[in-house]
Design a protein around this ligand. Structure first.
Ligand code: MGD
Ligand code: MGD
Ligand code: SF4
Ligand code: MO
Length: 725
């Protein structure tokens, strides 16, 4: 099977359809002066966290166009459909324009415009009160995005260890932990999947292409172009599944059965990379014993994938070892046993010898940009709120939420929420609301009046990425990438960058010694100098690559290190056993949908990032609302028509406030329904997004916590379809 580069656009959907026309219109409407020669500033995209490099073109002090930066590893000169629509955020008339104080209630706000000075004094006073009453650890930061780094620094200077992000315990945490337990390292973000060189690729519930992480999609397409075979396990015929050699419409929640059967076949038939395993791994004998009952026939009954297909694919994988990538995916908080499912993927990867091998998982280039030199030490902090999860690699957001409700292990009284829409991204909204109601202080730092903003006491408007400098960005790929964001124009309205907000706040909190730079360029220059990088070159090029001579693959003179207790790959994990967990993953059955219910399955819209972009006028034009996918037979059974609007009721009797349009399709199993995540925006101040479609977050009242690391499995919710009278 071969696939052309043009198919990238087809996979990534209507990327090309993002026309620049509306931008030029909005910009020319703004500018009255004759055009000065354009200026160009490098930047990196913040429409999602892949952070592809871009060049912003400005005319008369306004950004008028953005293009991919060819020097960027993550973008390679291209932007995805969302990235191309950056101007739809920059010129969104709904943007936050000035600091605001909530003189109403949390969740039912009345906003009063205030000055930056008033806003920062208010926050500093509250933070100092909390410190006096409860200690600094009673303040937590939630963040997502590059500007978060200045907030993390401020929080540590203040003395709190509680800095968390939904992008761990609500996203890739279980995958990272499963791999960490096996290899002593995670696939990383950005992931070290060597798709471009793969001969065989396995995607497990990962719908790359719709999940539009730019260079990763390009790598996948290049791999397929070069003849790689592709297997996709997904209950839905995703766009990438439509390109696969094998689409396995696995029964949702049963992937682990297939993975365990694959392990059994490979171990029993001795199809694994024997030299690699004997050199680098421990526990092959114990593994064989532990998986002995997981026959393909057993897995077939559970997963509804034919036993012969399971056997065929196990043998195909082995034929292509070690140049195959069994992808760990990214969004992995599914059913609560997620770090164990990820461990099964890691074990298979080890058996194929593909960690550190061409076409498998490459070894990333090393590199570091040291911190700003000479800063005072942070104060000593006590333990962070991590819950009772022995293998949590990072702080657990839901444990912080629990602490705000129960005061255990100690009170949590203040939340600073930077670029995170907690109310839509944490499962079980009622718990989030209960926590928010109990706090003494809620600060939201955002660019738009999104749903979480309505729950804040005080709102700080950040300027968008196209209007600000930010901290230095780094990424470990086959090169070590260092990136810089340079503003293409002055901030609109009274919005400000986080480097400025945190510095001013530090003065009011008596923490100015931690922010000794006069301005951001001085800060960035000092970091560049400490790393031996030319600031001027970085500022001009936007992205620099280092260590590009490093060998990304295992070789006689390039031996891997495994940061596990045994310093080997652990097929059998003694440390899991010591903590009372299964040393080799075991299959456990998950709850099935009750009668008349479907499992709620969701994923990414190729042209939106969660709820971040729903109000973006360029993207809204293309995908204004989500649709409910339902299988043709089930639609006929329920008498549903294409385009008809319905509501949903979940297993706990929660009925959606808004409606969703029916899409009838053969591309989905009969036992589930599917929709894009991110819609169903509540905030009345987002004029285009408000109440369009349904939010998965409305329906996710149930979640199953992963006992190893605290991740919240959210794919165990079920819905019934309610027709409108
Ligand atoms: N139901 C459900 N929940 C999920 C998921 C799901 O699929 N379904 N996905 C999970 C995943 S994979 C993840 S990674 C998490 C993400 O969870 P979060 O990190 O909470 O979510 P985001 O949508 O990235 O956060 C968006 C907020 O950042 C703001 N923002 C955008 N740009 C900027 C900026 O430049 N500066 C500032 N200060 N703010 C900005 C937006 O306006 C918005 O309010 O959610 C998880 N939760
Ligand atoms: N366009 C776009 N791209 C994005 C993002 C975005 O918001 N928009 N977000 C980024 C982020 S932070 C993340 S974490 C990634 C997430 O991207 P992915 O890791 O690819 O995860 P999801 O989007 O949750 O994947 C959904 C797919 O899993 C399938 N699925 C559901 N249940 C099961 C099951 O039980 N078994 C199997 N095998 N499959 C199942 C669904 O049918 C769907 O096709 O995307 C990233 N890329
Ligand atoms: S993948 Fe798309 S949205 Fe994400 S950073 Fe790159 S261009 Fe921006
Ligand atoms: Mo994510």
């Amino acid at each position: 099977m071969s696939i052309s580069r043009r198919d990238f656009l087809k996979i990534a959907s209507a990327a090309a359809a993002v026309s620049a026309a509306p931008v030029f219109k909005s910009v020319s409407a703004m500018s009255t002066k004759p055009s000065a020669p354009p200026t160009f500033s490098p930047n990196y995209c913040e429409l999602c966290f892949w952070n592809c490099g871009l060049i912003a073109k400005s005319v008369n002090g306004k950004v008028v166009k953005i293009d991919g930066n060819p020097l960027s590893y993550r973008g390679k000169g291209k932007l995805c459909g969302r990235g191309n629509a950056g101007l739809g955020l920059l010129y969104d008339p709904d943007r936050l324009k000035h600091p605001m104080l909530n003189i109403g209630k949390r969740g039912d706000p009345k906003w009063k415009k205030i000055s930056w000075d008033e806003a920062l004094s208010f926050i500093a006073n509250k933070l100092n009160d909390i410190k006096q009453k409860y200690g600094p650890e009673a303040v937590a930061l939630f963040s997502h995005g590059t500007g978060g780094s200045f907030w993390k620094h401020l929080l540590k200077a203040y003395g709190s260890p509680n800095s968390a992000a939904p992008s761990f315990a609500q996203c890739r945490g279980p995958r990272d932990v499963g791999f960490y337990l096996t290899f002593g390292a995670a696939p990383g973000s950005p992931e070290h999947y060597d798709f471009a060189k793969s001969k065989f690729i396995v995607l497990i519930g990962s719908h790359l292409g719709e999940n539009a992480h730019n260079s990763q999609v390009q790598d996948l397409i290049n791999g397929l172009d070069n003849g790689a075979k592709l297997v996709v396990l997904d209950p839905r015929l995703s766009n990438v599944a439509a390109k696969a050699n094998w689409w396995l419409p696995v029964k949702p929640a049963t992937d682990l059965a297939v993975l365990l059967a694959w392990i059994k076949i490979i171990v029993d038939e001795e199809l694994y990379d024997k030299e690699y395993i004997s050199k680098y791994a421990i526990g092959i004998k114990e593994l064989k014993e532990e998986v002995k009952d997981y026959t393909p026939e057993w897995a077939s009954k559970i997963s509804e994938i034919p036993a012969a297909t399971i056997v065929e694919i196990a043998r195909e994988m082995a034929k292509h070892k070690p140049n195959l990538c069994i992808s760990g995916g990214r969004f992995t908080v599914w059913y609560g046993d997620d770090s164990q499912r990820s461990r099964a993927i890691a074990i298979l990867t080890a058996l194929m010898g593909s960690w550190g091998r061409e076409g498998g998982y490459y070894l990333p280039a090393a590199g570091k940009v040291p911190k700003y030199p000479g800063l005072p030490e942070y104060p000593d902090t006590g333990d962070s709120i991590s819950g009772d999860y022995p293998f949590a690699l990072l702080q657990v957001t839901n444990a912080i939420r629990d602490a705000a409700i129960t005061d255990k292990p100690y009170p949590c009284k203040g939340w600073i929420i930077y670029g995170s829409n907690l109310i839509k991204t944490m499962p079980n909204k009622t718990e989030t609301i209960n926590a928010l109601r109990k706090l003494d202080l809620v600060v939201a730092v955002d660019v738009l009046p999104t749903d979480i903003v309505d729950w804040a006491d005080i709102v700080l408007p950040e300027c968008t990425y196209l209007e600000r400098y930010d901290d230095i960005g780094t990424g470990k790929f086959q090169t070590f990438e260092v990136t810089m964001r340079v503003p293409g124009m002055k901030p609109l309205f009274e919005s400000k960058p986080s480097w400025w907000i945190t510095k001013e706040l530090s003065k009011k909190m008596g923490l100015e010694a931690y922010f000794p730079w006069n301005d951001i360029e001085e800060y960035l220059k000092a970091r560049c100098e400490a790393a031996g990088i030319s600031f001027d070159e970085l500022k001009q090029k936007g992205a620099l690559q280092f260590n590009d001579k490093a060998n990304p693959y295992i070789a006689a003179d390039n031996q891997p290190e495994f940061n596990t207790p045994s310093e080997k790959i652990e097929l059998y994990s003694k440390q899991l056993k010591e903590h009372g967990f299964d040393p080799v993953p075991k299959y456990t059955a998950h709850e099935e949908p009750p009668a008349d219910h479907y499992r709620l399955v969701f994923g990414r819209s190729p042209l939106h990032t969660f709820s971040r972009t729903i109000n973006n006028f360029m993207l809204h034009d293309l995908i204004p609302e989500n649709e409910l996918w339902i299988n043709t037979k089930q639609a006929a059974k329920l008498g549903l028509k294409k385009g008809e609007y319905v509501r949903l009721v979940n297993q706990d009797g929660i009925k959606t406030d808004t409606k969703i349009k029916i899409k009838i399709t053969e591309r989905l199993r009969e036992d589930c329904v599917y929709m894009y995540h991110g819609f169903g925006v509540n905030s009345a101040n987002l004029s285009r997004a408000n109440k369009r479609g349904i939010g998965t977050d409305e329906l996710i009242t149930k979640y199953t916590v992963d006992p190893l690391m605290g991740g919240t499995g959210i794919r165990g919710n079920f819905v019934k379809i309610v027709k409108e009278a």
